[in-house]
Design a protein around this ligand. Sequence first.
Ligand code: NAD
Length: 515
Amino acid sequence: LSSRASNILNSLGVSTTTEVSGVYDGEWRGSGDVFESKCPATGEVLARVKSATPQELHQALEKTREAYVSFRNVPAPRRGELLRQIREALAAKRVELGELVSLEMGKIRTEGIGEVQEFVDICDYAVGLSRMMNGRVVASERPGHSILEVPNPLGVVGVLSAFNFPVAVYGWNLALSMAAGNATIWKPSPTTPLCAIAVTKIVSEVLEKNGIPGAVAGLVTGGKDVGEAVVESKHVDLVSFTGSEHVGRIVGKAVMSRFGKVILELGGNNASIVMPDADLSLAVPAVFFGAVGTAGQRCTSTRRLYLHREIADEFLERLLKLYSSVAAGDPLASETLLGPLHTPTAVGTYENAIKHLKSIDAEILCGGKRYDSAPLDAGNFVQPTLALPKSVNPTDQIWKTETFAPILNAAKFDELEQAIEWNNAVPQGLSSSIWTRDLRNVGKWIGPAGSDAGIVNVNVGTSGAEIGAAFGGNKSTGWGRESGGDAWKEYVRWSACTINFSDAAPLAQGVNFPA
Ligand code: NAD
């Protein structure tokens, strides 16, 4: 192991010498299949992680259930205090954990650290929430009666997460789930187990110090089989799944078929629209970050760009200048803006998309190849690509599918209505953005005939979000909501409690039923 990798792992208390245990349910274990964690920038094997056997998985699920049964009685503000301590412990390791995200996932250092900051922020939010998860008193039509809407802890929350946010997505879920009084079991991506182990170590130390069962925040690393077992388990009341549309469709059906609850946060295929009155000095860098940042591996990455014909040529010229300046390389180096794709398979997906663009005679304005000279050829580095397909055909795969790579397809339009139609013509509905100074355009964009996405921005790019608002998409992105806003309401069990304080027992709607 390189000294840099072992320094980062050592600083987080993750063993670097032997196979690492990838299961935690109050104790660390794991004697199932061994997964390799590989650095996408160099191909270096960072660790071998021992996942759960079916028996260990079963045991972890049972222990999580038991942990819920005791944890649900801990008062909510006290749960908030635990989250405050978790926040402090995470903040103390923000840099080290952020660097591990870069090392294992491949995003650049500032984004890796930013991802840990997101976990810290949502803990702050959940601390406040722990004193504000209020129900309601509803006016009853019957004299001497009151109706309460009461939120109680839900049970066990299974979090299945994607590789591209190996820390933050769990953070959004854990913070709300724990504030709500649930126990959480995490099945991370099989390619980012070290981030999950490092986070679980930090969280479990806080729980153990406070005498809370560690299985309140359990971990089961592994692949599809482990994911399926969590999804199918009757011990899991809510499955919060973040990943591809393809797997999300399977997970959604499986959970629904046993009447479990499900949150689906699936693929995005996000567009930016630039109007002729836009401030290009803001719009061009924002589109550049949206398309190239995280090497195009954010669910909110900008994949489609609709330019008003009046400014299209100037916009593309300015954007191309930024593309030609991009520094690809070691994600941990301060000058790097472009890290690698996460896996060699993703490079294949990128190359297929480029092949398809060529087959439909799209103009490739820049990029289009992997980096094939040293040192980048040791990793999964691809050139950020800007393409101008001949037309917008919403049924063509280039427009309708999410290619998880830095490929931006541009097109020119004449009327805003046309651009909004293109924006909405894809199956996905996660993020969208318009660049304009004209209030009338803003009104159209955010109104009933505007963008149908879950995130509808104005003079802000598609990529990234703050934790305060509920995060999620519509249509094939899955309609789920996490993080801020009213998202916490998904993590509780709601009861409508009608209480009769009177000496009579009238029926509702004036129904008369003499006994
Ligand atoms: P993926 O669908 O391949 O895997 C996601 C998780 O599902 C992993 O933990 C995986 O092991 C597990 N899994 C795979 N098959 C399963 C099965 N049959 N049953 C249960 N679990 C199973 O996704 P990925 O490649 O890791 O992540 C990229 C995708 O995630 C992109 O589509 C991206 O847009 C999406 N994503 C969405 C959001 C959002 O909030 N909308 C956020 C991040 C990523």
